[in-house]
Write a protein that binds this ligand. Structure first.
Ligand code: DGT
Ligand code: CA
Ligand code: CA
Ligand code: ZN
Length: 584
């Protein structure tokens, strides 16, 4: 079996980790890391690129790395890697992936205790052998045990932000074939889950074979896992697995409903069907006899649309984002499904960065980008001084920034209003990064956790409560602090956070960046139940990131959120009077 882009990228990534454990220069390490990233993003087979002799056109791939790629393509192996692996045990690379363990600690555990893998490290940690090492203690030993447990929970699922565009691109490609009548991305992507196991595509056509052939021969296919008359599966070079099913248009509704899932939702639909005397599967409703077995010669009900599937069950159509058997069937039966928010409801963006901190555009450029996307008002919220790595603003700089914001506001008005805010750090000791006198001069204040996210529950919860209780703080940014797929949320007492937010009328963010999606859906839903206002923001650092709004709205829809619950769907006057009512 031939080597895939992903395996080559993984090897470079591992080499980077090994060089880092070895203590090599960061430039050398980054050369491998950046090349790995570029290869992961490459939409073409490396083998084809190598055959053209254009490997060095790939960003971050020079002659040295091109030679290494060629060696792996030709031999399936890399001598440099094998030599390195004799020096640095490859198991240490896994050790480095544990939250809280970097290259230095990995090396320390190896040198002092001979640890060469995660299992050995866990045993040592549980035996209390790590606490006496230099720079370690009982607490950091416990953190490592927790980190190992978290690592074990990781499942190799792809972030929605990676899987959705890839799935859509493949579907668009296949829909250009003459026989393709209707197409959809189904499965967990259609339901908007933050991470994706595999991609499920459906196409309606009278002739499956040409579509199947086109699918398994796409350029980005690394391996064909199955190639049948109506179903095929492939693994892409990116590592993503994609299933395609082709079916008759007359059965589109049952198929789309079935393969959208979730499985739990499908089971509920099947129970309802049985009560009406039908067995429901991906093909049809089939009449069943008293003993529950299908009556073979009775006419089946085919459904060309999902609406017909639900109508056959006497239900209104249920939005895919709700299909988790989390109360949506009951709500549908009682005709009280929510009127879910849509992207067009969004009027404003309350969280974005500029070149004043770590963004890539000026205030004016961000304003233009927002205007061209139909936003009516925005808040410029650069980082505050505690975020030194993000070039956070000092008091002096933020006051200076205000002049520029006011100028841009005047220039853009009345098409777009531009307000001045901040994304203020909640410091590790729980204090806020600006004094009240400074906050009072800003139009809108977002407060966020960026550091010390692994503090224990009471301590980190207290930090967020301090921010919520400050009357100048309007919104808590990305409240739980997860990073998809590899950083778990902070250990917050969410009941306490919700209670404080409710009491003080502080809003909570749904951050649209697909690496965050924070608040996630279940918490957004809880916030709505408690009457806590939400904001769906992009946290954009560039113009392109403003288009990530879609992911935030998808997450909100999974959380049963309606437009009314979201600050930035409101007309400007209502938003302003809400801000004023907060005691400034
Ligand atoms: P994933 O891929 O893990 O992110 O999640 P899904 O929901 O995309 O799951 P997947 O790809 O295994 O299957 C797609 C849909 O097909 C799933 O949501 C429901 C349906 N399905 C698959 N297997 C079964 C099954 O055994 N029973 C039922 N009722 N439905 C199934
Ligand atoms: Ca799937
Ligand atoms: Ca699947
Ligand atoms: Zn932030």
């Amino acid at each position: 079996m031939s080597i895939t882009n992903r395996e080559i990228a993984d090897t470079f990534e591992t080499i980077a980790d090994m060089l880092q454990i070895k203590g090599e220069s960061i430039h050398r390490v980054m050369a491998y890391r950046n090349a790995a990233l570029a290869i992961r993003d490459l939409p073409r087979d490396l083998r084809a690129v190598a055959a053209e002799g254009t490997l060095t056109d790939i960003p971050n791939v020079g002659d040295t790395l091109a030679a290494k790629i060629t060696e792996m393509l030709d031999t399936g192996k890399l001598e440099f890697y094998e030599r390195l692996a004799k020096e640095i045990p490859p198991g240490l690379v896994q050790v480095m992936r544990i939250n809280g363990v970097g290259p230095k600690k990995a090396r320390l555990f190896w040198e002092k205790l001979g640890i060469t893998g995660v299992q050995a490290l866990e045993a040592a940690a549980r035996a209390g052998q790590l606490r006496d090492l230099p720079g370690m203690g009982e607490k950091s030993e416990q953190k490592i045990i927790e980190g190992i447990e978290a690592l074990a929970r990781q499942t190799g699922r792809a972030p929605l932000g990676v899987a959705l565009p890839a799935a859509q691109a493949i579907l668009d490609h296949l829909m250009q074939l003459p026989g393709a009548l209707e197409g959809a991305v189904a499965g967990s992507i259609r339901r908007g889950r933050p991470t994706i196991g595999d991609v499920d595509l459906l196409i309606a056509s009278h002739e499956a074979a040409p579509i199947m052939d086109a699918f398994v021969t796409m350029e980005q296919v690394a391996r064909v896992l199955g190639h049948g008359p109506t179903k095929s599966s492939v693994e892409l070079h990116s590592g993503l697995q994609v299933d395609l099913r082709v079916l008759e248009p007359a059965r589109w509704g049952t198929a789309l409903s079935y393969f959208t899932g979730s499985q739990a939702h499908n089971i509920r639909l099947r129970e309802l069907a049985l009560k009406k005397g039908f067995s429901l599967n991906e093909h049809a409703f089939s009449p069943v006899g008293a003993d529950g077995s299908i009556i073979e010669d009775a006419p089946k009900i085919l459904c060309a649309t999902e609406e017909e599937v639900y109508r056959t069950l006497d239900l209104p159509w249920i939005a895919p984002e709700l299909r988790e058997d989390a109360g949506e069937i009951e709500a549908a039966l009682e005709n009280r499904l929510p009127n879910l928010i849509v992207v067009a409801d969004i009027q404003a963006d309350l969280h974005m960065h500029t070149i004043w901190s770590d963004g890539t555009l000026s205030i004016r450029e961000m304003a233009e980008a927002a205007k061209s996307r139909g936003r009516k008002y925005i808040v410029i919220t650069d980082h505050s001084q505690y975020s030194t790595i993000a070039n956070g603003l000092s008091v002096e700089r933020i006051l200076r920034q205000q002049e520029e914001v006011r100028r841009v506001d005047a220039e853009m008005s009345p098409d777009l209003r531009v307000f001045h805010g901040v994304e203020m750090d909640i410091r590790s000791d729980g204090t806020l990064d600006f004094p009240d006198e400074v906050l009072a001069q800003l139009d809108f204040v977002v407060a966020s956790l960026h550091f010390s996210l692994r503090q224990e529950r009471s301590q980190i919860t207290q930090r967020v409560l301090n921010a919520i209780r400050n009357p100048h703080v309007d919104l808590i940014g990305h409240p739980r602090g997860q990073y998809i797929p590899d950083r778990e949320p902070a250990d917050l007492d969410m009941d306490a956070v919700f209670e404080a937010a409710r009491q003080h009328g502080t809003a909570l963010e749904i951050n649209s960046n697909p690496r965050r999606l924070d608040l996630e859906a279940v918490y957004a839903r809880r916030a709505v139940e408690l009457g806590i206002p939400l904001a769906i923001d992009t946290d954009a650092h560039s113009a392109a990131q403003m288009d990530l709004l879609y992911f935030g709205v998808l997450t909100a829809r999974r959380g049963w959120v309606q437009a009314e619950n979201v600050l930035n769907t409101w007309p400007l006057e209502r938003f302003l009077s809400w801000v004023q009512s907060r005691g400034k």
